[in-house]
Design a protein around this ligand. Structure first.
Ligand code: NDP
Length: 437
């Protein structure tokens, strides 16, 4: 990629897309287009041209490619959501994701895009696969039920990139990011992922604890919940917060007690201290607020700061070709591959090498993560400490846990030359500062 290469970021308003845009601008790329679907544009207006498009519409995507002729494509547009949304909107998740990726990948092939980066996700690996998750575990077992439709669509996207590369010699790379968080994350309590949902719930819990109604109303005006904004009466606001697990615990409703008693706060002095059921801990002290967390809190997850993810995506776009991720699978060594008579990224030579080797090529995607995981319970307490919330948590075990452990094996990524730089605590502090703006 050169400074003036025509680069398109599909999904430029999303968590990943906006982070990729920031990174491209930071690195001095000057010819950048971005697309959005419904979200208002807030960033980079002067530096990047934003175009509205529904990527599920085949004709619109074909027209876009004909008009703009991109050379490099980041496909960061997708229908994305947490466990609840994936489970309930099953049809939307499979249909919209298949449509978006079919349209963009196929048009990238027809219009001879030089390189495309497709985003998969680690949640599409089999639910019980060994840990840490290696690239080769894809399609080796049953998928997690709650996001099966989404996973099937994403796996189709990865196979589509791989197949176009093998049949037509395109240079389409798929990456498998772990859970991401960062600026422009989705804080909609109905649809968000666990980390932004916890940040918002704990923040609102802290505001309730401090009787800070100005901030509660500001928060709801910025991000209404089910249409309830900051102008609603207090009762209605309390009802909607309660519905989403930010609860004022009346002392006579308490049935459980803390197992995570914080040394920083005064000990429990009321009747709560006599209760002994530790199965669903409410922590801790004098605060009347509890935050509901879905599941047992035991599942372990890995989180990557979205700007680190963007850095990895741009690094791969700049430095990694399809031939680099398959050289170990071809029965020729990488020296032979790179000295092949014509560049392996043109439309015939890779195909020729592949056919002549008569070998199976699979799992050409690249995991992107930190390789470190944390339990949801410990995550909740980490966010609690960062935000300064004094109340406790109620782990609602009637809600699904999802896969019990998910941490990526990032050795392939490391061997290609990239490592993460922001650790979880620092990332949460940053995203909380951004959230408060
Ligand atoms: P977001 O929901 O934040 O952003 C999605 C983007 O896609 C938005 O720009 C949205 O536009 C756009 N979009 C959605 N539907 C359409 C459509 N029909 N036509 C055009 N644009 C559309 O998602 P993320 O940034 O979190 O995810 C991006 C990619 O990264 C996805 O492929 C996801 O699977 C992957 N990923 C994300 C992870 C995460 O933790 N967030 C983890 C692993 C993978 P608009 O906002 O205007 O509606």
């Amino acid at each position: 990629m050169t400074d003036h290469s025509k680069i398109v970021v599909f999904g430029g308003t999303g968590l990943v897309g906006s982070a990729i845009l920031r990174k491209l601008v930071e690195k001095g790329y000057k010819n950048i287009l971005a697309t959005y679907h419904r979200s208002p544009i807030t960033d980079h207006r002067s530096l990047i041209t934003f175009i509205q498009i529904d990527l599920t519409n085949q004709q619109s995507v074909a027209d876009f490619f004909k008009t703009h002729r991109p050379e490099y494509v980041f496909l960061a547009a997708a229908k994305v959501g947490g466990i609840w949304a994936n489970n309930v909107y099953r049809a939307d998740f499979i249909y919209q994701n298949l449509q978006i990726q079919n349209n963009v990948i196929h048009q990238s092939y027809l219009n001879e895009v030089k390189k495309l980066l497709f985003l998969g996700s680690t949640c599409i690996y089999p639910k019980n696969c060994p840990q840490p998750i290696k690239e080769e575990y894809l399609l080796t077992g049953e998928l997690e039920y709650t996001n099966e439709p989404y996973a099937i669509a994403k796996i189709a996207g990865i196979k589509m990139c791989e197949s176009f590369n093998l049949q037509y010699g395109t240079n389409f790379i798929s990456v498998m990011p772990t859970n991401l968080y960062g600026e422009n994350d989705n804080f909609d309590l109905e649809k968000s992922h666990v980390l932004p949902a916890l940040i918002r719930k704990i923040h609102l819990g802290k505001c309730l604890e401090e009787n800070n109604w100005n901030e509660i109303r500001r928060d709801l005006n910025k991000r209404p919940i089910e249409g309830v904004d900051g102008n609603a009466p207090k009762d209605e606001i309390l009802r909607i917060l309660d519905k989403y697990g930010i609860k004022i615990t009346e002392s006579d409703q308490l049935s459980v007690i803390s197992d995570h008693f914080s040394a920083h706060y005064s000990p429990i002095t009321d009747h709560r201290s006599q209760l002994t059921d530790h199965s669903s801990p409410i922590t801790d002290n004098s605060s009347p607020i509890t935050i509901e967390v879905w599941g047992t809190g035991k599942p372990k997850r890995e989180f990557l700061w979205s700007d680190d993810m963007a850095d990895a995506c741009v690094f791969i776009m700049e430095n990694v070709d399809f031939k680099d991720v398959i050289s170990d699978q071809l029965s020729v060594n990488s020296k032979q591959l790179t000295t092949h008579s014509s560049p392996l990224t043109d439309h015939s030579s890779l195909f020729t090498v592949y056919r002549s080797q008569i070998t199976e090529i699979r799992n050409t995607h690249i995991n992107i993560g930190t390789g470190k995981d944390i339990s949801i319970k410990d995550l909740a307490y980490l966010i609690k400490d960062i935000i300064g919330f004094r109340g406790g948590f109620y782990f609602n075990t009637s809600k699904p846990d999802g896969t019990m452990r998910k941490v990526t094996d990032v050795s392939k990524l490391h061997s290609l030359g990239w490592r993460h730089s922001i650790e979880l605590k620092e990332g949460i502090e940053r995203v909380y500062r951004w959230y408060l703006k």
